[in-house]
Write a protein that binds this ligand. Sequence first.
Ligand code: KDG
Ligand code: MG
Length: 416
Amino acid sequence: MSRIETPMRIESAETIVTSPGRNFVTLRITTADGVTGLGDATLNGRELAVESYLRDHVVPLLIGRDAARIEDTWQYLYRGAYWRRGPVTMAAIAAVDTALWDIKAKAAGMPLYQLLGGASRSGALAYGHASGRDVPELLDSIRAHLDAGYRAIRVQTGIPGLDSVYGVAASAAGDGERYDYEPARRTPLPVEESWDTRAYLRHVPSVFEAVRNEFGPELPLLHDGHHRMTPIQAARLGKAVEPYDLFWLEDATPGEDQAALRLIRQHTTTPLAIGEVFNSVHDYTTLLTERLIDYVRSAVTHTGGVTAMKKLLDLAAVYGAKSGIHGPTDISPVGMAAALHLDLAIHNFGIQEYMRHDPRTLEVFRTSYTFTDGLLHPGENPGLGVELDDGAAARFPYEAAYLPVNRLLDGTVHDW
Ligand code: KDG
Ligand code: MG
């Protein structure tokens, strides 16, 4: 496409890498008439690969393009690369796409959710991350989350015999002390954790029994298996927790094996959620068309942006599945805002994950979304409603950080 001369011509695009409590990669696109848009390109533990993909291979293609042509730009970057999918590529495309939607909505003078069809609800039900090294600590953490306004709770606990386990805060519970793995893990090599699936399967049902006994039947409870079980182990866990009426069991098995979900589905009525490590609608075709899952866990940040997520969630709607957009703290406030605009607009909204960001993160990213009575709302500012403070970003330089590696007790590398 030839260079165009319109106010919406892309004048510049730049990547901002900053580490206000944890690493984030952001793309900022500026049009000829000075409208700016932000997109989140953070890929936890592999941040600089996406930054280079954007800086070296995408930004030069954007200059001079028409910022208004969002679908065309998406297809140009996706098909034009020839190589398909992958977390690095799709995070880079997501950042461009989200920034262009931010620009379009700002130019229209509307919050993005209006361009996506307007609000379908007054707010998005959020779930928080409660955890404890043992059951009493977990119950305290749930109480603290309820006091902080959450109306749905993810439940993760320590496992007897294992030192540290995914999803469990390292020190005593409380609303201020929640699980967040990255900031403490700035070591030259990934931290190694140990794992024993049989111990986990023995322990988890009793944890849910204790939580239901304490908090009653109504509170929506979620659990993340974090890819660690085989299909038959997952089927067993799903069955064992049926009396405790989980909202969902997430990532029971490694996500890339779509057919594994057939076996789990045959054995349990516990609702299933999967997809935070996916980056394309093509990762979901078996899962959705065969109705093997109930919730789609993709992040806007990792699945090609607002354009691709809207298509994915529309496909999910056809097959009776709902959204459960990924929202841990490694999704920046820009990625979180994009999720919230979709949550408000789509019909098949399920739930939104929400871990509050570190105060340093919120110094860099000035947000306008709100959390009231358990519901998130993206706010009414034009665009995404997030601004990036360059001065604050510069105060927090990038530091290498890795996610942990998991090993079985005999030393075999396992899924983390
Ligand atoms: O970067 C990895 C995290 O995003 C992931 O471990 C968080 O499983 C997760 C969740 O459900 O939020
Ligand atoms: Mg998860």
